[in-house]
Design a protein around this ligand. Structure first.
Ligand SMILES: *[C@@H]1O[C@H](CO)[C@@H](O)[C@H](O)[C@H]1NC(C)=O
Length: 355
């Protein structure tokens, strides 16, 4: 399209290439389709003078066409989306949902109903920490709701882990009779949509030693006093702002069942005592434990999670100060800071609009 016309003006493409440009030719264009299109393009080039913008425009046009054609072309090319063949096996290809609950039966009912409906949920294990065991009526209700919500032929098994004492270490007690290695640990007031959960599960399967979750946190360097380095617990806003994290919280995360064993039997008992006394920080303890094993960061998975309760420990005043304290006290028990920070976030490519 650079041919013809006196080059009385030239287009600079920014990267050095120069094309002749004739305003007269642009105006006298309407002879044939091709020339009018190329003239229009030249006009656009002249106006924007930035190749990047033109590229964007062209890309947008191409994308629009692709989007319009995708539904027709995809199947013809054999690009049909294949839903995974998950249907009904009592499989190794599944996970146990480990729900921590405390005196919130209405939330527990909603959580069990939801997780029972996810196709890869193999079993549901409820950590119950009250003086009284769960009432029979609650158990019956939960069994029935699992039967009605699960679409698998193999219905998820329901187990209660009974603890008389309210102790957050209960949450990570080893579980007998597991049929698979994947644990999805979740609070009773958090619902993760099944498709999001399944995606996170596939991420975990590629790296089963790693914690894979939805609630990222960071240990920020705070100050150095008398040769000791102190860290600050970074909440959601600091992670959102910087895109940096080093922990994912066990309120919504996959991890290997071997860590239950390690948490209970191998972790220093000073940490158990601390968690019992402070009624807090079992999740930070688990993050440090896993990081000390893998010497690698966890993986944060993109996904919307829904909070159905309104009240939790993190809404109490002084929460951050206590979290700072545990973070530093726990780290001091390790010979080197085990946490590794990262900026990686796993996303489902099927849901990304722009490559
Ligand atoms: C961290 O891992 C090392 C190496 O496996 C182990 O020897 C050490 O006891 C662990 N530290 C803690 C505090 O668990």
């Amino acid at each position: 399209m650079a041919a013809g016309g006196s080059p009385d003006a030239a287009l600079n493409f920014g990267d050095g290439a120069v094309l002749p440009y004739s305003p007269a030719k642009v105006k006298a264009a309407p002879r044939g389709r091709t020339s009018s299109w190329s003239s229009l393009l030249l006009l656009l080039l002249g106006r924007t003078r930035k190749l990047a913008k033109v590229r964007l425009l062209l890309a947008a046009g191409v994308l629009l066409v692709l989007v319009l054609l995708a539904s027709q072309v995809g199947p013809l090319m054999g690009w049909n989306h294949q839903p995974s063949l998950s249907a009904s096996s009592p499989s190794r290809d599944g996970y146990m949902v480990l729900i921590n609950t405390w005196r919130r039966n209405s939330l527990l009912k909603k959580a069990v109903a939801h997780y029972a409906s996810c196709p890869k949920t193999d079993a549901i294990h409820v950590v119950w920490s009250e003086n009284d065991p769960p009432p029979e009526s609650l158990k019956t209700y939960l069994r029935n709701i699992i039967m009605s919500r699960s679409r698998n032929s193999h219905k998820p098994k329901l187990q209660f882990d009974l603890n008389e004492e309210d102790n957050l270490n209960n949450r990570f007690k080893p579980i007998n009779g597991l049929t698979n290695d994947a644990i999805f640990s979740v609070d009773d007031d958090l619902l993760v949509p099944c498709s999001t959960l399944e995606f996170a599960f596939t991420v975990w399967q590629t790296t089963p030693d790693t914690m894979v979750g939805f609630v990222p946190r960071m240990h920020w360097l705070d100050e150095q006093k008398n040769g000791v380095v102190y860290y600050k617990y970074g909440g959601w806003w600091s992670v959102w702002w910087t895109g940096t994290y080093s922990m994912v919280l066990s309120k919504a995360a996959f991890f290997h069942q071997k860590y239950l064993d390690m948490y209970t039997y191998k972790m220093p008992s000073t940490i158990h005592d601390y968690v019992t006394r402070e009624r807090n920080c079992e999740d930070i303890a688990m993050s440090l434990l896993v990081a000390n094993v893998t010497q690698a960061p966890p993986i944060w998975v993109k996904g919307k999670i829904h909070e159905i309760g309104s009240y939790g420990i993190s809404s109490l005043a002084g929460h951050n100060k206590r979290r700072n304290n545990c973070l530093n006290d726990f780290i001091s028990l390790y010979s080197a800071v085990p946490l590794v920070s990262t900026n990686i976030k796993a996303v489902d490519a099927r849901e990304e609009w722009f490559w």
